[in-house]
Design a protein around this ligand. Structure first.
Ligand SMILES: NC(=O)c1ccc[n+]([C@@H]2O[C@H](COP(=O)([O-])OP(=O)(O)OC[C@H]3O[C@@H](n4cnc5c(N)ncnc54)[C@H](O)[C@@H]3O)[C@@H](O)[C@H]2O)c1
Length: 334
């Protein structure tokens, strides 16, 4: 398996790099704003909560850090956030789509009746975690590729969750939104190198992080002796993904072999060239499960072992399907 240790990785190449972050007013986002600022980066963060955001800004007290109000559910707010950052710095190097909320309400509810089900449900988790993130990624891709030269390293980091690839109870819309984030990653990692001038795109899938979102759960996690992520661990992981350009990515990643299978000897079954991509493009197309600051790659292992978990026959047909789609394209041209 491929992994890196966010707690010990030292990002040294981010000084004066320009970051745009959503949901920077508290929790993981606020820790990222602080950490990146301590590394000398220029940070513009957006958030719906002006009170916490302005308090954070005041506590950092650096003219390299700025706040711009932004509700990621509103496309024009997201455009406004990037315009503000671009006008301030003339370039955007790294973007972090972090804003998110937990499940609100109960989507499937045994107490619902044929009358009460008529009341429209709360879709905020989808609207913020997936649609808002997709808005952010779209606008980021354009601002980051504007006047981009081939030697400029740029990255987009998407915040998913362990609920983005595991099964979890009662988190219907949260789970769907975070799975959706990894879906976006899987298509962007193939398309961005060609259409977006080589912007790298990766995702983080944290297990428990000690923030306001999870305050009711902290005792249970600690009681069970499970690894806990501090917001600062995720801040370091965010910095590491941004720092993982083609000169850094390969040396940053470590390998742990599974007893029976040397996963890295298996061929890729999708469009990613895992053997060379870190050296040629820098880290891209990966998502990492994060626990206790350790970041374990999900994508490479899933991809290289598909013939094992899907079966050889089905995988052979998937390969032929993908080759067909690569040559014919899937989208209707309009
Ligand atoms: N805390 C965890 O255990 C955990 C685990 C996995 C993934 N995550 C993800 O990490 C991200 C950050 O979560 P956190 O734990 O720091 O939570 P948090 O509640 O501390 O911070 C989330 C921030 O997003 C902002 N926000 C909410 N809605 C917004 C909107 N519409 N537009 C802009 N900003 C908005 C909030 O004001 C807040 O500042 C989320 O995407 C969350 O799903 C958290």
């Amino acid at each position: 398996m491929t992994f890196f240790d966010a707690r010990t990785f030292n990002a040294t190449n981010l000084s004066d790099k320009v970051f745009v972050i959503s949901g920077g007013g508290s929790g993981i986002g606020a820790a990222a704003v602080r950490h990146l600022s301590s590394l000398g980066a220029k940070v513009v963060f957006g958030d719906v909560n002006e009170t916490t955001s302005r308090a954070l800004l005041a506590s950092i007290g650096s003219d390299k850090v700025a706040f711009h109000p932004c509700d990621v559910r509103k496309y024009q707010d997201v455009v406004g956030l990037f315009r503000y950052a671009f006008e301030r710095h003339g370039v955007i190097d790294h973007a972090v789509a972090n804003a998110g909320i937990v499940e609100r309400g109960q989507w499937f509810d045994a107490n619902l009746t044929i009358d009460s089900v008529a009341e429209e449900p709360d879709t905020s988790a989808l609207d913020i975690n997936l649609k808002g993130l997709a808005y952010f990624a779209r606008v980021a891709s354009v601002f980051m590729s504007h006047h981009k030269s081939s030697d400029q390293d740029k990255s987009l980091t998407l915040m998913s969750s362990a609920a983005g690839f595991l099964e979890s109870r009662d988190l219907y819309m949260y789970q769907a939104s975070k799975h959706g984030v990894l879906g976006l990653l899987k298509t962007a990692r193939l398309s961005f190198p060609e259409s977006m001038k080589g912007i790298r795109v990766n995702a983080l899938c944290p297990s428990f992080v000690r923030t306001g979102m999870t305050q009711d759960l902290a005792g249970k996690w600690e009681g069970a002796g499970l690894p806990v992520n501090e917001p600062e661990d995720l801040a370091k992981a965010i910095a590491a993904l941004a720092a993982a350009d083609r000169s850094t990515a390969a040396s940053m990643l470590q390998r742990e072999e599974v007893v029976a299978i040397n996963v890295h000897d298996l061929p890729s079954s999708g469009g990613m060239d895992w053997d060379h991509v870190d050296q040629t493009t820098g880290m891209t197309g990966r998502s990492f499960y994060v626990e206790g600051g350790l970041c374990w790659d999900i994508e490479e292992g899933l991809d290289r072992t598909r013939h094992l978990w899907l079966g050889q026959t089905a995988n052979d047909n998937v390969l032929r399907t993908q080759a067909l789609l690569k040559s014919t394209g899937f989208r209707k041209r309009n």
